[in-house]
Write a protein that binds this ligand. Structure first.
Ligand code: SF4
Length: 464
């Protein structure tokens, strides 16, 4: 397994840029769709560097959780789309669907978008029974020269959650020149950097300087917010049945119409809006639409829902508040990613929905005027009440329980914020303690409950 990037370890502690933690991509899964697509794209570039006229054959094997729930997540399609050079941030999601399952027999694959290579869908194999040691989401890609049985190039990638991909054996990421922000590795260290008017978002802002100019960071944060907002609106407008065969109907639009009718009759429905926002995003995700990984796709509805709640119902909401929300959430998400996991295949749903809920609670607390201690408290409350939550999606689709779970977690994030704001920031269980508890719980959790669809709801609900 590759080591953690020197950039984050040495200069800015565990902090991961908000522009990486929140990446604009496609549904339905960050680890099972976006990550493999990025791996395929990276491999295509390397294969064409090794064999400029193009390999005679490219093969891929999906292992562990990537294979167990890969068909439901569209993993082989995403991998092949990545091999064809598509970028999850800019591609048309319609071009990804069917890239593998609908690949026409006898047609070549345009490797890297430029070089035709003979390809058959049988060249991508799913092996759910092999248990990779390094990470449950592992895939290996091979490129062969004409007539060769030994690959010219073989790379193994780990899709570690949130769309992040590590190439086994890769060198650490070089340190960004000019980086000099104080680092933190724990919640306690993060709080020690705050005070005297310095907020958690201020610490994150200083850390962002290790990556790019402040203007570029502002533009990136605003683009993330615009994509989240657009995703909510798209989900509220869409209707029909979600793909995958479960027959799950989209509900966000009907809920919106019902809320509007209630409001027209003089009945405020603020809490209902919060849940409708979350349903809208997760239905877009389940439909393979454009979503922002936050910090994963399965949990992508929670942050946008809470942020929309702030935007729509807080009288003082403004774009500065949105940036503060995202930076605060990134600071907390970085802690969880470094010290536990944001991957459902590694830690169960507590690592996905629990993490997103903690991040959203932290962001909302910050923009509602909470102190750093209250922000830390809100994140801790939100995570604490997701401990032990398993990942058991029916048919490997990010639909049941995922869509409703995001709506419930958005409500929990707001509750955690309110509890924290009614306190003074002092509390018994620290965020560090609850993150470590989540890590241990995930390590002890049976593999059946870690994005394999071999336990829980996935085996107790008959698929129609
Ligand atoms: S159950 Fe949770 S972790 Fe599993 S796919 Fe659904 S949202 Fe992701």
């Amino acid at each position: 397994m590759t080591t953690a990037p020197a950039r984050t370890e040495d200069r800015t502690g565990v902090y991961v840029s908000a522009l990486e933690l929140f990446s604009i991509g496609i549904g339905p899964s960050s680890s099972h769709t976006v990550g493999p697509m990025r791996a395929g794209r990276d491999f295509a570039r390397r294969a064409l560097a090794a064999l400029p006229d193009g390999p005679a054959r490219v093969e891929g094997v999906l292992y562990g959780s990537l294979a167990a729930t890969g068909l439901g997540h569209g993993t082989p399609d995403a991998l092949v789309a990545g091999l064809a050079g598509l970028d999850p941030e800019t591609c048309d999601p319609a071009d990804v669907r069917g890239a593998w399952s609908g690949h026409p027999a006898g047609q070549p694959l345009l490797l890297g978008g430029t070089t035709p290579v003979p390809f058959d869908s049988a060249h991508v194999v799913l092996d759910p029974f092999f248990r990779p040691q390094a990470h449950p989401n592992t895939l290996t890609l091979r490129a062969f020269a004409e007539g060769a049985t030994v690959p010219v190039l073989e790379e193994t990638y780990l899709s570690v959650g949130g769309g992040f991909v590590e190439r086994v054996g890769a060198d650490p990421v070089p340190v960004a020149p000019g980086a000099g922000a104080p680092g933190y590795r724990t919640g306690e260290e993060l709080l020690a950097l705050c005070g005297a008017g310095r907020s958690i978002a201020d610490v994150a802002w200083a850390a962002e300087a290790a990556y790019r100019s402040s203007a570029a960071t502002t533009d990136g944060l605003d683009a993330i917010w615009a994509a989240m907002h657009a995703c909510v609106e798209a989900g509220l407008d869409a209707q029909g049945i979600l793909p995958g065969g479960l027959g799950v109907p989209r509900r966000a639009r009907a809920m919106r119409d019902s809320i509007l009718a209630a409001e027209a009759a003089g009945r405020p429905a603020t809490a209902d809006w919060l849940q409708a926002f979350a349903l809208a995003v997760n239905e877009e995700n389940a439909g393979g639409g454009r979503v922002v990984t936050a910090p994963t796709n399965g949990a992508a509805g929670i942050l946008p829902a809470v942020l929309m709640y702030y935007w729509r119902f807080e009288p003082d909401a403004d774009i500065e508040g949105v940036r503060t929300f995202l930076l605060t959430a990134a600071a907390i998400g970085s802690l969880i990613k470094a010290n536990a996991s944001i991957s459902g295949a590694e830690g169960g749903c507590q690592a996905e929905v629990g993490s997103a809920c903690a991040m959203a609670a932290a962001g909302l607390t910050a923009v509602l005027g909470g102190s750093p201690e209250q922000v830390e408290n809100a994140a801790e409350i939100a995570m604490e009440h997701h401990l032990g939550l398993t990942c058991d999606p029916i048919a490997g689709l990010v639909q049941i329980p995922c869509i409703e779970r995001n709506a419930v977690a958005a409500t929990t994030a707001v509750t955690a914020t309110r509890l924290a704001l009614h306190g003074d920031g002092s509390h018994i269980v620290s965020l560090d303690a609850v993150i470590e508890t989540m890590r241990q719980t995930g390590a002890d959790m049976s593999d059946k409950y870690k994005e394999t669809s071999r336990g829980g709801l996935a085996v107790n609900v008959v698929e129609c």
